[in-house]
Design a protein around this ligand. Structure first.
Ligand code: NDP
Length: 251
């Protein structure tokens, strides 16, 4: 059963003060909104994404608002390697002594095909970006997360990652894998670490991905990424201390 944040949850303005948080896919959509929201609640945000210009725009917005100075890590997760993750972890270790959170948000939709018709390389790319990159990043960042008193890992799921649906192919399977990754990691860390690990299904949200998946829908009928931020803040901040291994819905 899905979990929800407490009714009428209101994050304090300094919820994330002093924390350093990595957001993947921070240049657009929900990731962009989360990066801005985390920064506005006091966090130093590490913006990871594949399109430098978009990351720079988010960076400039955070700087203009006089929030803590962010950092940019340009990376196409489709090509992510263990050695790039070692470089990222090394760069973060010199800049910060700990990492307080990771929002694994970047994903691709892939083709909306029957499994019988799915292309091999399309399938592999979706799995690489949506699943393998999460594993690689998490594994390499665990020492920095362990160094924080109470780190939070949020893995982004989807409704089709909890109930399978025709023609959602690799995307849906990747989100089931994300739920599995969350459960295994939460179980492994529960007894020997203060790191909490949860999954979060944002639900239908007005972003480029949703518009691509549902071209006939009126985009503005769906909530904006900004409206989901209480759940993203709750799970990232200390208000969710002790909450782990749960599958959240933002709507
Ligand atoms: P968007 O497509 O709007 O944004 C995705 C972000 O991820 C973009 O910044 C994109 O970069 C980045 N990204 C994609 N591929 C890569 C890659 N290979 N390497 C690095 N960065 C990459 O998606 P949403 O904001 O809608 O989705 C965010 C998350 O929420 C996803 O995990 C999605 O599956 C999930 N979700 C969304 C729903 C919705 O209705 N919107 C519903 C359920 C789940 P760039 O801008 O450069 O392309």
């Amino acid at each position: 059963m899905a979990a929800y944040i407490p009714d009428n949850y209101q994050p304090t303005s300094n919820l994330l003060k002093g924390k350093s948080i990595l957001v993947t896919g921070a240049g657009d959509g929900i990731g962009r909104s989360a990066a801005l929201s985390y920064a506005s609640h006091g966090a130093t945000v590490i913006l990871l994404g594949r399109t430098l210009a978009k990351l720079e725009t988010v960076y400039d917005e955070i700087e203009a608002a006089r929030h803590p100075q962010p950092a940019i890590f340009e990376s196409n997760l489709a090509d992510l390697t263990p050695s790039q993750c070692t470089d990222l972890a090394g760069a973060l270790a010199t800049e910060f002594i700990q990492l307080d959170g990771v929002l694994h948000n970047a994903s691709i939709l892939g083709e909306r095909q029957y499994i019988a018709d799915a292309g091999y390389w399309q399938w592999m790319e979706v799995m690489q970006v949506n699943v393998n990159a999460q594993f690689l990043l998490t594994q390499h960042l665990l020492p920095l997360l362990q160094a924080a008193p109470s780190a939070s890992i949020i893995l982004t799921s989807s409704g089709v990652g909890r109930t399978g649906k025709a023609r959602w192919g690799a995307y849906a399977v990747s989100k089931f894998a994300t739920e599995g990754f969350m459960q295994v990691l939460a179980s492994e860390l529960r007894e020997r670490s203060a790191i909490r690990v949860n999954s979060l299904n944002p639900g239908a949200t007005n972003t480029a991905m949703r518009r691509a998946a549902y071209p006939d829908e009126k985009a503005t009928d769906n909530p904006s990424p900004h409206s989901l931020m209480p759940t993203y803040l709750y799970l990232m901040g200390d208000d969710s201390l002790g909450v782990t291994g749960q599958a959240f819905d933002a709507q």
